[in-house]
Design a protein around this ligand. Structure first.
Ligand code: URA
Length: 240
């Protein structure tokens, strides 16, 4: 692990703050001052000191948040409140990444973690982790076959792709519950636009079989290991 990441995970500062600290010569690895932030340090082998205090090897943390509308999924943003701003202060400096962003106007379940391998597993379509969304649209839904029909859509770079087949869990009037195992730019909104309906509200209610549960809007909680495992379980709900 990089030295700057070790210190940022331990809550010493943001990545840019710890880089500055390291360059000032305030950090030692195995008793020797190290001024390069990208030096690799080994968990369980190397000893890292900051201003003479040993900094324990960082541990992984996985959080679930019920993201409010109006908050951006970025780590920092000059104009908008971010998911990091919504965290309790003890987690704000822990170098957390968002595993699957939600648009600013979308609410619901977001996973934040400093475990970059876990981020990859949650967002990689190859891992088949389904993200489930509750959708309210602006007019009566057409027959569900329209939504299931493969269509070309544009991704965030205006490249065409055909979405992997979605699952429909509810399809009634102006309300749907759908699950996708990929997360291209505005994907759910664009899939509904492609069948001629506009999305009025969108909320992510589950990732794998982990649901929002009773997490209230804006709230965050730490996930235990069985909850993290449940991200990779098949969805419990049957199509109806
Ligand atoms: N699909 C969207 O259109 N937006 C999101 O935020 C997530 C999925």
């Amino acid at each position: 692990m990089r030295l700057d990441r070790w210190l940022a995970h331990a809550g010493i500062g943001t990545r840019s703050e710890v880089k500055a600290i390291i360059k000032k010569g305030r950090v030692c690895v195995n008793g020797t001052v190290v001024k390069r932030p990208n030096v690799q340090v080994r968990v369980d082998i190397d000893c890292v000191d900051f201003d003479g205090q040993t900094i324990a090897a960082p541990s992984h943390v996985v959080l679930a948040m019920n993201k409010p509308k109006g908050v951006v999924s970025a780590r920092r943003d000059a104009r908008n409140r971010t998911v990091i701003d919504c965290l309790p202060t003890t987690y704000q400096r822990r170098d957390l990444h968002v595993a699957g962003r939600l648009d600013k106007d979308v609410s619901g379940l977001v996973i934040l973690t400093n475990d970059t391998a876990l981020v990859h597993e949650i967002i990689s379509p190859a891992k088949h982790v389904h993200k489930t969304y509750d959708v309210v649209v602006d007019q009566g839904l057409p027959p569900r076959e329209a939504f299931l029909k493969p269509r070309r859509l544009k991704d965030g770079r205006n490249r065409l792709y055909i979405p992997k087949p979605p699952r429909i869990l509810r399809w009634e009037g102006t309300e749907a519950r759908v699950a996708l195992c990929e997360g291209k730019f505005h994907q759910v909104k664009r899939m509904f636009e492609a069948i001629g309906v506009g999305v009025v509200t969108l909320k992510r209610v589950a990732i794998g079989s982990l649901t929002l549960g009773d997490l209230s809007v804006g709230e965050t909680r730490v996930l235990n290991t069985s909850e993290v495992a449940s991200l990779f379980n098949a969805m419990p709900e049957k199509e109806r």
